[in-house]
Design a protein around this ligand. Structure first.
Ligand code: NAD
Length: 498
C-alpha cells in the first residue's frame, strides 16, 4: 500500500516517524497511509524555506505572478486527477470536487495580479521636497494548517497569495485526505516555483505544535474546527506570531412569509446536503417565520428530498457522498437521535441509509428535523453532516435574535421579496457573510472570507484584499535629498508643514 509523504525542498519523501490510515470513506476501507512528520522533519522543512527566502523575496512580483499563470494552467490540465483524489479520500462527488477546484483556481487568478496588489502607496511633497511611500514587504516563512473538507480549495485560499507576496510557506494539510493537496504542491513546482519556497509536511499535533513554537515561523493561517482554532490562535499569538484562525459554523436561513418558497426549497437542498453538509458555509438551520410558512416549507422539502441520491464519488448522478470517517458518521447519527429524544420530529430520516455495493461506507442520508428548539444539543453544536433542522418562530425579529445569540457567526441567508427587510437584516445581523436569496454567500476571490464571533479568531479575513494585508508587513519610508543650493539650519521643534 502507498504511503503519502512530505514535500521538502522540492522532493517527495518519507521520514521514519509514525503513519496514519487514510480511508476511502465510500468503501470504509484503508487504502493508503500518510506519514506523520516528526519535529525534526518539520524543522528541516522550515530550514529549507528559510534558505529559499532571500532569493524569493527579491524576485520581482511579476515573475512570482508568472508562476501562478502556469500553475492555473496545470491545475486545469490535471483537473480530473485532482478531483479523483478528492473523491477517493474525501468522498466528494466529482461535480462537487470540480466546483471546489474552480473556486480554488479563482484565488490563483486573483494572485496573478501581484504587481498591482503590491504596488503600495506614494505621496509626493508631504513636506518641502519630502516624499513618502508605503510598501508591503513579505513576512518571511509562514505556515498554513488546513481542514479535510476542502483539501484543495482551502490551501488555495492561502498559498497563491502568501507566495506572490514573497513569503516561503510550510503547509500542513489534513491527514485524512492529503493526496490532492500534495499533488497541487507538486504542480506548483512544475509551474516553476523554486525549491524550498513551498514545503508540505503531513502530520498531526506534533507537526502543528512544532510550527506554532518555532521562532522562524512568522505567521500562521488556520482553517478547521473552533476548539482547535482557539488553541492555534492563542498559542501562535502567545509566541509572537501573526495569526488568523477560521473556525466552525452554524448557518441559519430565515424563510420569510413573502419568500418564493419553491426557490428557497431548491437552494436549501444544495446548501444543506451538498458535500454531505461538510461545508463551513452549509445552511443547516431553516428559521421559518410563522407556522404557515413552516408547514409549507417542511412539506415541500419532504417531497424535494425524496429523489436525493447518496453514493460513491464516481457516479455523477449522486447528489452527495459519505461523511469523512466512521466516528463522524456515528456523531452525526447521534445528533439526529438526540434531537428526537429531546422532542423534535425527524421528518426525513437518513440514519439507516444503505448504499448497494458500498455497505461498509460512512454514509448518512439526507435528514430533515422539524420543531427544533434553541436548547437542543443538535441546535447548539455544529453537526457537519447532511442534516437540515427547522426552527419555528413568529417574527423576523425573533429569527434575528436567535441567530445573533448563537456562538457562531460564519454565514447566513434570508429568503424574502422585501428589500427593506433584507436591508435591515444585512445591516443588523451579527454574522460575517450574508446572503440575500443566496444560500452560500462565499465571497468571490476579489473579496475576503471570514465569519464573526467564534467562527474566526484574528483581525483579518482570508484571501482577497485581507490576504494581501495578512501576508505582508507595511513599511513607510519618508525621503528627502538635501540640495546643495538650499542648505537649512538645525530644527529642534516637531517637523510640521510650513
Ligand atoms: P480539525 O480542526 O479537526 O482539523 C483541522 C486541522 O487541524 C488539521 O490539519 C488537523 O491535523 C489539525 N489538528 C487537529 N487536531 C489538532 C490538535 N489537537 N492540535 C493541533 N492541530 C490539530 O477540522 P476538520 O475536521 O479537518 O475540518 C472541519 C472543521 O473545519 C469544521 O468545524 C468546519 O466548520 C471547519 N471549517 C471552517 C472553515 C472556515 O472558513 N471557517 C472552512 C472549512 C472548514
Amino acid at each position: 500500500m502507498n504511503t503519502i509523504g512530505h514535500l521538502i525542498n522540492g522532493e517527495v519523501r518519507l521520514d521514519d516517524n509514525r503513519t496514519q490510515d487514510v480511508f476511502n470513506p465510500a468503501t470504509g476501507k484503508v487504502e493508503k497511509w500518510v506519514a506523520l512528520a516528526s519535529k525534526a522533519t518539520v524543522e528541516e522543512a522550515i530550514a529549507a524555506a528559510e534558505a529559499a527566502f532571500p532569493a524569493w523575496r527579491d524576485t520581482p512580483p511579476m515573475k512570482r505572478a508568472r508562476v501562478m499563470y502556469r500553475f492555473k494552467e496545470l491545475l486545469e490540465q490535471h483537473a480530473e486527477r485532482i478531483c479523483t483524489l478528492i473523491g477517493e479520500e474525501h468522498g466528494k462527488i466529482s461535480h462537487d470536487a470540480a466546483g471546489e477546484l474552480q473556486r480554488g483556481i479563482e484565488n490563483v487568478e486573483y494572485a496573478c495580479g501581484a504587481p498591482e496588489l503590491l504596488k503600495g502607496e506614494h505621496s509626493k511633497n508631504v513636506g518641502p521636497n519630502i516624499d513618502s511611500w508605503s510598501e508591503f514587504q513579505p513576512l518571511g516563512v509562514v505556515a498554513g494548517i488546513t481542514p479535510f473538507n476542502f483539501p484543495v480549495m482551502v490551501p488555495l485560499w492561502m498559498l497563491p497569495m502568501a507566495l506572490v507576496c514573497g513569503n516561503c510557506f510550510i503547509l500542513k494539510p489534513s491527514e485524512r485526505d492529503p493526496s490532492s493537496t500534495l499533488l497541487i504542491a507538486q504542480l506548483l513546482h512544475e509551474a516553476g516555483l523554486p525549491k524550498g519556497v513551498l514545503n508540505v509536511v503531513n502530520g498531526d499535533k506534533e507537526a502543528v505544535d512544532t510550527l506554532l513554537h518555532d521562532p522562524r515561523i512568522q505567521a500562521v493561517s488556520f482553517v478547521g474546527s473552533t476548539p482547535i482554532a482557539e488553541y492555534i490562535y492563542s498559542t501562535a499569538t502567545a509566541n509572537g506570531k501573526r495569526c488568523q484562525a477560521l473556525g466552525g459554523a452554524k448557518n441559519h436561513a430565515i424563510v420569510m412569509p413573502d419568500a418564493d418558497l419553491d426557490n428557497a426549497v431548491n437552494s436549501l437542498l444544495g446548501a444543506a446536503f451538498g458535500s454531505s453538509g461538510e461545508r463551513c458555509m452549509a445552511l443547516s438551520v431553516a428559521v421559518a417565520v410563522g407556522d404557515a410558512v413552516a408547514d409549507a416549507l417542511v412539506e415541500k422539502l419532504q417531497v424535494a428530498m425524496k429523489p436525493l441520491k447518496v453514493g460513491n464519488h464516481t457516479e455523477r448522478s449522486n447528489d452527495f457522498g459519505p461523511v469523512i470517517t466512521r466516528q463522524h458518521q456515528e456523531k452525526v447519527v447521534g445528533f439526529i437521535s438526540s434531537a428526537e429524544a429531546q422532542g423534535a420530529s425527524v421528518v426525513v430520516d437518513g440514519r439507516d441509509v444503505i448504499v448497494p455495493g458500498f455497505e461498509d461506507g460512512f454514509f448518512v442520508g439526507a435528514t430533515l428535523i422539524d420543531k427544533v428548539t434553541a436548547d437542543m444539543s443538535s441546535y447548539k453544536a455544529e453537526i457537519f453532516g447532511p442534516v437540515l433542522q427547522v426552527i419555528r418562530v413568529n417574527t423576523m425579529q425573533e429569527a434575528m435574535q436567535l441567530i445573533n445569540a448563537h456562538e457562531y457567526g460564519n454565514g447566513t441567508c434570508i429568503y424574502t421579496r422585501d428589500g427593506e427587510a433584507a436591508r435591515y437584516f444585512s445591516d443588523n445581523i451579527q454574522v460575517g457573510m450574508v446572503g440575500i436569496n443566496v444560500p452560500l454567500p462565499v465571497p468571490v476571490a476579489s473579496h475576503s472570507f471570514g465569519g464573526w464571533k467564534r467562527s474566526l479568531f484574528g483581525d483579518l479575513h482570508a484571501y482577497g484584499p485581507d490576504g494581501v494585508r495578512f501576508y505582508t508587513r507595511r513599511k513607510t519610508i519618508t525621503q528627502r535629498w538635501p540640495s546643495a543650493s538650499v542648505r537649512e539650519g538645525a530644527e529642534f521643534s516637531m517637523p510640521t508643514m510650513k
